[in-house]
Design a binder for this molecule. Structure first.
Ligand code: 5GP
Length: 181
């Protein structure tokens, strides 16, 4: 499938830009006197964190983690393997996990437990997208870009079989190409 045949645009480039700027303003206000380290979850959050970072008006550092979830590409099992850990310690620091999308919440639940064990001063979550209908664990998401329905989306960092991350908008993947459950 080529770029042209990707499905309906769910969130336009303009809307993404505007919302990311709003989130940046909100985060800058909340972290004015904090020791902010943003933890991007590879690979999906790369585009979002790059834009969010540039909309911040407070000092911050970034670090990355890569995780893989066992199970099919659509359904996460909650059993998560760390493929790449943080480069630096987070003890005593104010951690903001930056995610592309929270679906069941199982991956994030694992990540939060793992990072909390390292004694950060605070830990919060910023997710570009969330699918509340699919949630299986209740996770407090402090900053949310957009709530979306239960559809499989690509673009702005999100992939299908490693493709479409480069789209500057978020699109719904047509039903006949959606990963099997
Ligand atoms: P969770 O553990 O919350 O069920 O799964 C989160 C991960 O599943 C996300 O980080 C992302 O990699 C993947 N995922 C969930 N929904 C979508 C979607 O609609 N599109 C894409 N491309 N990935 C998704």
């Amino acid at each position: 499938m080529d770029q042209a045949s990707i499905g309906e645009v769910l969130i336009s480039s303009d809307d993404l830009e505007r919302r990311v700027r709003e989130l940046g303003t909100e985060i800058s206000r909340d972290y004015r006197d904090k020791d902010l380290v943003m933890v991007g979850v590879l690979r999906g959050a790369v585009v979002f964190i790059a834009d969010l970072l540039r909309s911040l008006e407070v000092p911050c550092e970034i670090d990355f983690m890569a995780v893989s979830s066992y199970g099919s590409s659509r359904d996460s099992s909650g059993v998560v393997r760390i493929l790449k850990d943080l480069d630096d310690p987070i003890t005593g620091r104010d951690v903001l996990i930056v995610e592309d999308i929270v679906d069941s919440g199982l991956t994030l639940n694992y990540l939060m437990r793992n990072l909390r064990a390292r004694d950060p001063s605070s830990i919060e979550v910023c997710s570009l997208l969330t699918k509340p209908e699919r949630r299986r664990v209740d996770i407090p998401i402090r900053y949310t870009g957009f709530e979306i329905p239960n559809t499989f989306v690509v673009g702005y960092g999100l992939d299908f079989a490693q493709r479409y991350r480069n789209l500057d908008y978020v699109a719904v993947l047509p039903e006949d190409t959606v990963p099997t459950l």
